[in-house]
Design a protein around this ligand. Structure first.
Ligand code: SF4
Length: 428
């Protein structure tokens, strides 16, 4: 596996990537700065942090509450301990409904568990319908940003990609490119048996799944196919519908600099009409290592609402881009989450090479996560492990030398024998 610093060095030399990253992150930062002042950001994020801390402290209580309320209204609720289990559950639902074509809304957790690759291996066609995801699926790539998956591509690159893959004349006009994607996707929506989305918020006291989008594809994915499967990591729970107004004000402002997203879908159970048409809604809650995170010192990382603000302000992400991290989640949130999900010793280069400790992310975080402090702690943990590891290996080498030589072995036992003899005498 290549190191972050090698990848970032290569990324810094890629002119197209640098142009795309600069344009997008600067635009996001400006848009956010323009609207964040329209709310009392400090007090909002304090409240949001308190709500999410309460969720982390009482996770099973809120999950039970969600399950009860959602099932009462016809949504089927499942729990998956890990990625394999979650994919198995999804496959079972798809097979039970004779599904062969899945349309998908944007979902980072399905990236985390490798859902697309898994379903494609089972001969199930999966089509991404978020424009950014559609672009990278055509390119055979992965998202490089949590809210703007194709941030690394210039419009000219997208134009060339569409011309090659969709056999159309080249254009780099974003309006025309969007219209082309819409036309391609419309047919898929109409033919699909299954719609899969992520979840922005799962509201415990109503059993609602809330999805925030800007393209309307979320509505199509959740309402056109007969079956809707929503994937949520367990921490996506919020206690009450009353908390939602707080998050719906924070999320779009921090993510895309909008006061409100174009679409906010509330999916609460199944209506009588939908039932009559044999429609169904399912939500799969995935743990995938969250229990261990909750038990540790970095538990507040699970307060994250995936707004992407920390990524946009990060100077390192700004030139390294998302692929340098070799992880589902890039940027400051990615450094912490990846270290926790994949093991600190497995990804110990990230806290060192992918962060300047400038504190921009911590200042920007919508829910007050102490990201930079966490990255410092990860560095400390990595150094501690290394020095413990060094001490251990010196000791093991010493033992090895002693035990492989009869003379040294005898000598090493001499003080012990003396102590035993002394001790025996004392007792006599
Ligand atoms: S860590 Fe904070 S700023 Fe970064 S994505 Fe999560 S909520 Fe947004």
């Amino acid at each position: 596996m290549s190191r972050f610093s090698d990848n970032a060095t290569a990324a810094a030399k890629d002119k197209n990537l640098q142009t795309a990253l600069y344009n997008a992150t600067e635009r996001f930062k400006k848009l956010r700065a323009d609207v964040i002042g329209s709310i009392d950001f400090e007090s909002y994020r304090k409240k949001a942090s308190a709500v999410k801390s309460d969720v982390i402290d009482h996770l099973s209580y809120y999950l039970d509450q969600f399950e009860k309320n959602a099932e009462k209204q016809g949504t089927k609720v499942y729990y998956a301990e890990d990625a394999e289990k979650a994919k198995e559950i999804a496959l079972r639902i798809i097979r039970d409904n004779n599904g062969s074509l899945v349309v998908k809304g944007k979902s980072m957790v399905t990236e985390e568990i490798g859902l697309n690759e898994f379903l494609q291996k089972q001969d199930i066609e999966v089509v991404e319908t978020d424009l950014g995801e559609f672009i990278i699926q055509l390119a055979g790539e992965k998202p490089s940003h949590i809210i703007a998956p194709a941030i690394h591509k210039t419009k000219e690159e997208v134009g060339r990609l569409f011309a090659e893959k969709l056999h159309i004349d080249y254009t780099d006009d974003p309006v025309k490119l969007t219209a082309i994607a819409r036309k391609e996707l419309r047919e898929k929506f109409l033919k699909a048996d299954i719609g899969i989305t992520g979840v922005n918020f799962a509201v415990a006291d109503t059993g609602s799944v809330v999805i925030v989008t800007n393209e309307g594809n979320g509505r199509m994915v959740t309402t056109v196919p007969k079956v809707h499967i929503a994937f949520a990591t367990v921490e996506k729970i919020i206690p009450s519908i009353k908390d939602l107004s707080l998050f719906l004000r924070l999320l779009p402002r921090a993510a895309t600099g909008q006061k409100i997203s174009s679409y906010v879908s509330f999916l609460t159970g199944i209506s009588k009409e939908e039932k009559k048409n044999e429609r169904s809604r399912h939500i799969i809650f995935i743990n995938n290592g969250r229990d261990a995170i909750i038990a540790g010192a970095f538990r507040n990382i699970l307060s994250c609402i995936r707004c992407g603000a920390c990524i946009n302000v990060c100077p390192v992400y700004g030139f390294a881009g998302g692929y340098s991290y070799r992880a589902t989640y890039p940027g400051p949130i990615g450094i912490v989450l990846t270290s926790l999900l994949e093991g600190i010793s497995n990804r110990s280069d990230l806290p060192f090479s992918a962060c300047t400790l400038c504190y921009a992310c911590q200042e920007a975080c919508s829910v007050g996560i102490k990201l930079t402090d966490m990255i410092r702690e990860l560095r400390r943990a990595a150094v501690d492990r290394k020095s413990t590891g060094k001490k251990l290996s010196i000791m093991m080498r010493m033992y090895g030398t002693v035990f492989s030589s009869p003379e040294l072995y005898k000598l090493s036992k001499a003080p012990i024998n003396m102590m035993i003899q002394k001790g025996t005498k004392k007792h006599e």
